[in-house]
Design a protein around this ligand. Structure first.
Ligand SMILES: Nc1ncnc2c1ncn2[C@@H]1O[C@H](COP(=O)(O)OP(=O)(O)OP(=O)(O)O)[C@@H](O)[C@H]1O
Length: 255
């Protein structure tokens, strides 16, 4: 008879909560930038994992190292010390040439920045399509997928517009469609709602929530906006290049 089903069930060990499936982990990372004669410690001995299906908010004052953490976790910058692990295996350290990770990054990581950074001479659909074509998706299929993504973000009627013909919120949604084009397992967003009004901002955050819940994407979002605190699974606070606290999200209005 199973111990859990028997009379001693109450004293049986509790089932252990499944450990999180770590997608990207930055371990013991520091980052020193040289700025003229000065060295700036942007990150100091930072360890943080981004887990599948989890939406992590990263908060902290200006200059506390939030963007630097995203750049290192997203393999856009090497750490000065420490190691970045992807699914438990080391993928980047101070010696890594990040150019060698370009293909990996394209297929596994999506980035969204505060500014949409669309290519000005391409239409909305072409901006998304190109992200797929760079990954060897054939043009016809890339076009179809790009159109689907734009329609998903309510931009079906805007696909042939150039960035200058789109509002800030529309441009940001195109950039989100572009970031999702290759089905990344890790999505990193740096103040993605800063240029949006409250309604559009919440829609964007809800897209991130759905990606974590439905597709198990690991999502890290740098934000200053306390309105989204209820959407995060956990909130990590940084100060002076370090993580100073970590707490559960889910409470409205407190970052
Ligand atoms: N390329 C760089 N060269 C020199 N110093 C840099 C560079 N990038 C960042 N820094 C410095 O590193 C520190 C951390 O910057 P970072 O952009 O990571 O902070 P942040 O928390 O994202 O700030 P904000 O909220 O203002 O965007 C700051 O002092 C910044 O000036």
């Amino acid at each position: 008879m199973s111990a859990l089903a028997g009379p001693d069930a109450a004293s049986a060990p509790r089932p252990v909560a499944p450990s999180p499936e770590v997608v990207m982990e930055v371990r013991g990372a520091s980052k020193i930038y040289l700025s003229g004669p000065n060295a700036v410690a942007a990150l100091s001995d930072m360890t943080l994992a981004l887990n599948a299906g989890e939406l992590t908010g990263i908060v902290g004052p200006s200059g506390s190292g939030k963007t630097t953490f995203l750049m290192i976790a997203g393999l856009l910058e090497p750490p000065s010390t420490g190691v970045v692990h992807f699914r438990g295996r080391p993928i980047a350290d101070p010696q890594t040439r990040l150019n060698s990770l370009r293909d990996f990054r394209r297929t596994h990581v999506g980035f969204i920045f505060q500014k949409a950074n669309l290519i000005p001479f391409l239409t909305a659909v072409e901006n998304v399509q190109i992200a797929l074509e760079i990954n060897d998706v054939r043009p016809k299929l890339a076009r179809e997928r790009a159109r689907e993504l734009l329609a998903q973000f309510g931009l079906g009627h805007r696909e042939d517009n150039y960035p200058t013909q789109l509002s800030g919120g529309e441009q940001q949604r195109v950039s989100i469609a572009r970031a999702l084009a290759n089905d990344p397992v890790l999505l990193l967003a740096d103040e993605p709602t800063a240029a949006l009004d409250g309604t559009r901002g919440r829609q964007v955050m809800e897209v991130f929530r759905a990606l974590a819940d439905e597709r198990r994407v690991a999502v890290g979002v740098v934000t200053h906006d306390p309105r989204w605190s209820d959407i995060f699974d956990r909130i990590v606070e940084m100060s002076d290049g370090r993580m100073v606290s970590e707490r559960a999200g889910g409470v409205a209005g407190h970052l």
